[in-house]
Design a protein around this ligand. Structure first.
Ligand SMILES: Cc1cc2nc3c(=O)[nH]c(=O)nc-3n(C[C@H](O)[C@H](O)[C@H](O)COP(=O)(O)OP(=O)(O)OC[C@H]3O[C@@H](n4cnc5c(N)ncnc54)[C@H](O)[C@@H]3O)c2cc1C
Length: 308
C-alpha cells in the first residue's frame, strides 16, 4: 500500500493542515509520499520532508503549477495515481476543489472529509451536517480521500524524507489565473486557532464585533461568526463557522449571541470546551455548552474583558 498526500502551501509556507493529513495517512498504513506542486517551492518541499513518517517528497516545481489551480493539479495527481493505492488531501477549500476532479479523471468515488480510519478501505465520515456518522467501505482500487484535519493529530517534525524532482509538466487550458484579493488578518487562522470567539446575530451590527477584539487579543483567539451575522453584513464571509463555513475544533470556543442552530454546531461542536453567552436561557447552544452565561452580551463582554 502506498499513499500520496497533496501538500497545501501558501506564500512559500507549508500549511499546518498537511501534518494532520499525514496523521490520517499513518492511520491507514503503508508508504507515505507527499506531492508538493507549485512555482518556486523548494522551501515547502524541505518543510514537508521534515514531517515524521514520510518516505519521499515529490516536487513538481514549474510555472504551470503557480497559484495551484485545480485543473493542472488534478491532472498531475491523476498521472501519478498508478504508483499509489490512496491519495489524500485536507478537506479545505483547495482539497475540495482538486480531489473530486482526480476522482472523476480516475472514474472512482471520492470519500469526503473522513473523521477516522477503520481500516485501509473503511472510513468514518459525517453526513447530514454532522448529525450522523456514516461508516463507508470503498472497493475502488484507487481511493481518493479528503480529510477533516481537526479529527487527526498532526505528525511532528523530525523526519528526513528524500526529495525527488518530478519532470511532469501538465498544461491545462481549462482555467487561468486572473488575480486574487487576500484578506489581511493579524489574528491566528480560524481553522487552526487554539481559541475561537464567535459572534452571532445577537451582536446587533458589525461595529459591535469590536467588543470581541479585546477578549480575542487577551486570549490570542481567532474571531468567527455565525452565518446570520455574515448574511446581515456584520462581518466578511471568511469568518463563518459552520456547515457551509469553516469547521473548527479549538481548545476553547466562545459563542456570543449565537442561538446554536444545527448548521452552526456542525462547525464547532467538536471544540474541547464550549462557552456560550446568550440572553435566552433556552437557546439550543446551551445544550452543547460546557459553560453557559445567561445575560446581555453588551454587559457581559466588557466585564469579561476586564476580568481577563
Ligand atoms: C443549508 C444551510 C446552511 C447553513 N450553514 C450555516 C453555517 O455554516 N453557519 C451558521 O452559523 N449558520 C448556518 N446556517 C444558518 C443557521 O440555520 C442559523 O440561521 C444561524 O446559525 C443563526 O445564526 P445566529 O445564531 O447568529 O442567529 P439567531 O438564530 O438569530 O440567534 C441570535 C441569538 O442571539 C441571542 N441574543 C440576541 N441579543 C442578545 C444579547 N444582547 N445578549 C446575548 N444574547 C443575545 C438570541 O437570544 C439568539 O439566541 C445554515 C442554514 C442552512 C439552511
Amino acid at each position: 500500500m502506498s499513499i500520496l498526500v497533496l501538500a497545501e502551501h501558501h506564500d512559500g509556507q507549508l500549511a499546518a493542515g498537511t501534518a494532520h493529513v499525514v496523521g490520517a495517512a499513518l492511520a491507514i498504513g503503508g508508504d507515505i509520499d507527499i506531492l508538493v506542486a507549485g512555482d518556486d517551492v523548494a522551501g515547502v518541499a524541505e518543510a514537508a520532508a521534515r514531517l515524521d513518517g514520510v518516505s519521499c517528497v515529490r516536487v513538481a516545481d514549474a510555472p504551470a503549477y503557480a497559484h495551484q489551480l485545480a485543473e493542472p493539479l488534478a491532472e498531475l495527481l491523476a498521472q501519478l495515481a498508478d504508483d499509489y493505492s490512496h491519495v489524500l488531501a485536507a478537506a479545505s477549500t483547495e482539497g475540495k476543489n482538486v480531489l473530486p476532479r482526480v476522482a472523476a479523471l480516475k472514474d472512482v468515488s471520492q470519500i469526503s472529509e473522513i473523521l477516522s480510519v477503520e481500516s485501509a478501505d473503511t472510513f468514518k465520515r459525517p453526513i447530514y451536517a454532522g448529525n450522523a456518522i456514516a461508516t463507508v467501505q470503498s472497493s475502488d482500487a484507487f481511493k481518493v480521500i479528503t480529510v477533516r484535519t481537526t479529527a487527526f493529530d498532526p505528525v511532528a517534525d523530525g523526519g528526513g524524507a528524500t526529495i525527488e524532482a518530478l519532470d511532469i509538466v501538465v498544461s491545462s487550458e481549462l482555467s487561468r489565473f486572473i488575480g486574487e484579493e487576500l484578506a489581511q488578518n493579524e489574528r491566528p487562522e480560524l481553522g487552526g486557532a487554539r481559541v475561537v470567539i464567535s459572534g452571532g446575530r445577537g451582536m446587533g451590527n458589525g461595529d459591535n464585533f469590536k467588543l470581541l477584539d479585546g477578549i480575542a487579543d487577551k486570549l490570542g483567539a481567532a474571531i468567527g461568526a455565525s452565518r446570520a451575522a455574515v448574511d446581515a453584513g456584520f462581518v466578511p464571509n471568511d469568518m463563518q463557522v459552520g456547515q457551509t463555513g469553516k469547521i473548527v475544533a479549538p481548545d476553547l470556543y466562545i459563542a456570543v449571541g449565537i442561538s446554536g442552530a444545527i448548521q452552526h454546531l456542525a462547525g464547532m461542536k467538536d471544540s474541547k470546551v464550549i462557552v456560550a453567552i446568550n440572553k435566552d436561557d433556552e437557546a439550543p447552544i446551551f445544550q452543547v455548552a460546557d459553560y453557559g452565561l445567561v445575560g446581555d452580551l453588551f454587559e457581559i463582554l466588557p466585564e469579561l474583558e476586564q476580568k481577563l
